[in-house]
Design a protein around this ligand. Sequence first.
Ligand code: SAM
Length: 294
Amino acid sequence: QSPEIGSRTRTRAIMEKYGIRTKKSFGQNFLTDLNVLNNIITAADITKDDNVIEIGPGIGALTEQLAQAAGEVLALEIDSDLIPVLNEVLAPYDNVTVLNQDVLEANLLALIQEQFTDPTKPVKVVANLPYYITSPILMNLLASPVDWAAICVMMQKEVAQRLTAAPGTKQYGALTLAIEYQMDAKIAFDVSRRVFVPAPNVDSAIIVLTPRKQPLAVQPFDKQKLFGFIRGCFAHRRKSLCNNLRGVVGKQPATKDKMAAILDRLGISPQIRPERLTLDQFITLANALHAADL
Ligand code: SAM
């Protein structure tokens, strides 16, 4: 069908025909640039062997490109007003299923089993995310038992920089480490705010997450507790690690001595800022404190 949904003319025509007014509350900014859409498909390396889950199809610009490139596409849209529109504009594609679903409430593993003809094929997530819930969506995807072949998503550029930050930078933090724990992350390319309708007031970037190639050097004694610990260590970024640790393990003199001994044994300076520690160091430290009953 021509022109494609992601072209400006067709997007305008669809919005006019169905009387669509974008909803800020759902983070609706529709992508209207076929080059960017094609580059997303390339960055996600979509083939006919892939099952794809799209979060927030909007009026179907990305969904249409995914339908052409992927085996099957499952699109989850929270806005019930858009469902009849999507069913109509995507009618030419018989490999797309649209569900009226809040992705944060969805049981993704069950949906994969129910909705894809062959649920054993690689599953990729591709989306232009609603920016107001980028982190909760990513955390949900990573916490789910699904082994994602890739997660290729557009988000606010600043958040993308946090996800891919190196130790010692001011963007590096608990979110970076939560991603790094499971996935290799890279920014594929930046996207100008001008290609959206309406234009948001931030620029965007496409991030690609793939399963870690290198296994973790050290396993944590407990994943949940590790991330509670890491968040505690970053509670006051401008203070030293040692200062933050007092907030985590307590301030009793005996605790302080034990903690100092552990830091010394691990070769970690108490004066270091938390953002200088690598993931392996956080895991080693959490394990050592746990073993010492701290
Ligand atoms: N994919 C379309 C595009 O690229 O033009 C729209 C992207 S728009 C940034 C985000 C989409 O996510 C909107 O369609 C919005 O209604 C939808 N959305 C927002 N919150 C959602 C949620 N919790 N679950 C599923 N979809 C959601």
